[in-house]
Structures are given as structure tokens and as C-alpha cells.
Design a protein around this ligand. Structure first.
Ligand code: SF4
Length: 374
């Protein structure tokens, strides 16, 4: 099966839904507490957690979306966004339904806020996803569109099958996961893009009904205690998280706590779902944010969701040379040597690079997994 295939025949499509969930315990009052994310939902029999996909059934917790997806697509890896992880390569992307945050500005609300498992049209076992990615020539698989933390058991099993085939794994996540579950979840991942939605507890509380500290802890954990390649995305919402003071504090924290080499993406908000009254992010705001972060000493700062070849490209922190030119997701000039160093001055560039970039380009290709019977 070549890359042109829009449907891939991968054998029988086993339909699975409820699967035993991990990270919970029984409370003295008879309820079960889910320990997967900081919400610590406490449930009676038959109740679902806030994420909607983890449910108490009798004396145990179940993941109700195991083996089911909201759809599959081959994307450029840059769309996750990851700019320093196998640039130019195709990434097999999928998600399920539900989310453990309640962001009023959600840009994927049709999937993440889905309360109907009926939306999960595509069924696929971990083996079949990994095999489809291999047959379609994808270098990696992304758990994306909704937060993979809430389908940990499924994501971890898919990751195992991917790695058995030499395929890398990527989590696109808000990082809202308990300390107990972090090691298992992230040990299954080769890279992660973590949303740092703002740098204020008030923002997290009022717009996401969540807390900032667990996200910062996840970022510290990833950068200090794992070999996962990490990039950060902050969606800038006019008037909510885009002040000079907040952007300075956020950038300084990333620099001081995680180091200057962690790429930071500032992306543009588009009015959607429950925040239609707020205008889209002006391009100048993204440019201002990028300048602030660079001024705080970060080496790789990007603008996203806007046409900005300068802000979307990678520049050498040593000599200023253009290293990876990007126009949207299309790569142009390549200024790295075979070891991932600046070809002009020899500065080592942080990331996971191969001698040559991929050639996937900016295209998106939806994929249907088709049963081969049997
Ligand atoms: S993962 Fe879901 S059920 Fe578990 S604590 Fe978080 S929101 Fe609640």
C-alpha cells in the first residue's frame, strides 16, 4: 500500500469499547475515585467522570472508548505542532472523544466535547492502527484531536504496537495528568506537544475549570526526568492571556525551569464554540509574543495558525542563519548538516533530526481503515 491510498486494508476491524481502566481506588464511602487526572472524580455505579469516557461499571472503572476513533488522517508533523521532530514527515493522526478540561475556547470542540459515542465511527485495534501507519509510510503516530490522557490504556497499547514496527509516538496533550499516571503514559511517547494555555491560575480556573500547577509539573517532569522530545503551545486569546507581563512570566518560566531549547509555539485563536464574542488573534500579537519570548532567552519561538514565514521558520541561535524554512507546513531551505547542527556555524540544534528532511509537504490525507474480512 503506497502513500496515495486513502483507504487501507488492514484486516478485520475488531470493535472494542469498554476496557478495564487503570488508576482508581475504592473510597470508604463506597464511591470509586479515578486517579488518572487531577480532577479525581468520585463516582457511584453507572456514573461517568467529567471526561465522559471513563465510567464506573459495578466495582471497577472502565474506559468506554477503547478501540474506537473519531477518524484517521495523515498530517504533516508540523501541524501537531512539532517543528524539531522528524521535520517534513507524515504522521498518522487520530483521536477518540471527550476531554478532561472544559476550555471555553476549545478549537476542537466537535470532537473533544462529544457526548455521543456514536461519533466514534472508526473502529480499530492497536495492531491495526500501527499496521496502517506502517503501510502508509508514516514515521509516527499522533494521539491528537482530543486529549489522549483520558484514553491512556488505548494510547499505551497503540504505542506498544507502533514501537514494535519502528514507528514513533506523539502525544498532543494539555498535560493534565496525575503524578501517578505520568510515568506510564509518557514512557509510551517519543514526543509530546503540551498546551500551556496561559500562565495564570485564574485563567485555568475560569476558562478551563482546571489548575495551572499540574500542567507545570507535567512539563517539569517531561523535561527533567524523561527523554521525550517536548514542544509547548500557547493559544493566545485577545485580552485573556496575551499581556506583556504574562507572556514575559511564561517565557521566563520556560527558560528557567525547562531550559532555552524547548520550542515554544504561540498560535492564533479563532472564535469558536462558547467564545464567539472575542475576535481572532491579530498577527501582531503573535509577533509581539515571539519577540518577548526570544528576549527572555528562548532559542526557538514560533508563530502558528497565521501566514508568517519568518515566525514559522527555525533560525540558528548561534549565528542567526536560516535553518528550516517553513511556509505554513511546507518546508523550503534546509540549513542543518547530517548531524543536526547548523551548517553555517556548527551549533547543535535541539531536536530529533535525520540527515535529510521528509518530503510530505503540507497536505492532509483522510484515511479509512477497511476490513479485510476474516
Ligand atoms: S480522567 Fe476523567 S474520570 Fe478520571 S479524574 Fe480525570 S476527568 Fe475524572
Amino acid at each position: 500500500m503506497g502513500l496515495a491510498g486513502r483507504g487501507v486494508n488492514v484486516g478485520p476491524l475488531a470493535i472494542m469499547t469498554a476496557h478495564p481502566a487503570r488508576y482508581w481506588h475504592l473510597l470508604e464511602d463506597g464511591r470509586i475515585q479515578c486517579d488518572l487526572c487531577p480532577r479525581l472524580c468520585k463516582l457511584h455505579d453507572g456514573q461517568q467522570g467529567l471526561c465522559f469516557v471513563r465510567e464506573r461499571q459495578g466495582g471497577a472503572m472502565m474506559l468506554t472508548t477503547y478501540g474506537r476513533s473519531s477518524g484517521f488522517c495523515i498530517d504533516p508533523v508540523e501541524k501537531k505542532p512539532l517543528n524539531h521532530f522528524l521535520p517534513g514527515t507524515p504522521i498518522f493522526s487520530f483521536g477518540t472523544a471527550g476531554c478532561n478540561l472544559t476550555c471555553k475556547f476549545c478549537q476542537n470542540w466537535d470532537i473533544s466535547k462529544a457526548r455521543e459515542v456514536d461519533r466514534l465511527n472508526d473502529a480499530a485495534s492497536p495492531e491495526l492502527i500501527a499496521e496502517a501507519a506502517r503501510q502508509l509510510g508514516c514515521r509516527s503516530v499522533a494521539f491528537t484531536y482530543n486529549d489522549p490522557v483520558i484514553f491512556l490504556e488505548y494510547a499505551v497499547d497503540v504505542a506498544r504496537e507502533c514501537r514494535a514496527r519502528g514507528i514513533k509516538t506523539v502525544a498532543v496533550t494539555a498535560g493534565y495528568i496525575s503524578a501517578e499516571a505520568r510515568p506510564e503514559f509518557f514512557s509510551a511517547m517519543d514526543a509530546a506537544n503540551v498546551d500551556l494555555k496561559a500562565f495564570s491560575e485564574e485563567f485555568y480556573q475560569s476558562l478551563c475549570s482546571a489548575h495551572l500547577d499540574p500542567v507545570l509539573e507535567t512539563l517539569r517532569y517531561l523535561c527533567r526526568e524523561t527523554s521525550v522530545w517536548v514542544e509547548i503551545t500557547t493559544l493566545l486569546i485577545p485580552g485573556q492571556n496575551d499581556s506583556d507581563a504574562e507572556l514575559t512570566a511564561l517565557s521566563r518560566w520556560v527558560h528557567d525551569e525547562l531550559g532555552p531549547d524547548v520550542p515554544l509555539h504561540f498560535s492564533a485563536f479563532h472564535p469558536d464554540w462558547r467564545m464567539r464574542e472575542i475576535p481572532g488573534t491579530p498577527p501582531e500579537t503573535l509577533t509581539r509574543a515571539r519577540a518577548i519570548a526570544l528576549g527572555q532567552g528562548l532559542h526557538y519561538v514560533y508563530t502558528g495558525n497565521v501566514h508568517d514565514p519568518k515566525g514559522g521558520s527555525t533560525w540558528c541561535p548561534g549565528c542567526g542563519a536560516l535553518l528550516i524554512e517553513r511556509d505554513w507546513y511546507q518546508l523550503g531551505h534546509w540549513g542543518l548538516d547530517a548531524k543536526g547542527c547548523c551548517a553555517t556555524c556548527g551549533t547543535a540544534i535541539a531536536g530529533r533530526f535525520e540527515p535529510r528532511p521528509g518530503k510530505w509537504g503540507r497536505q492532509r490525507q483522510p484515511v479509512r481503515l477497511q476490513s479485510g474480512g476474516g
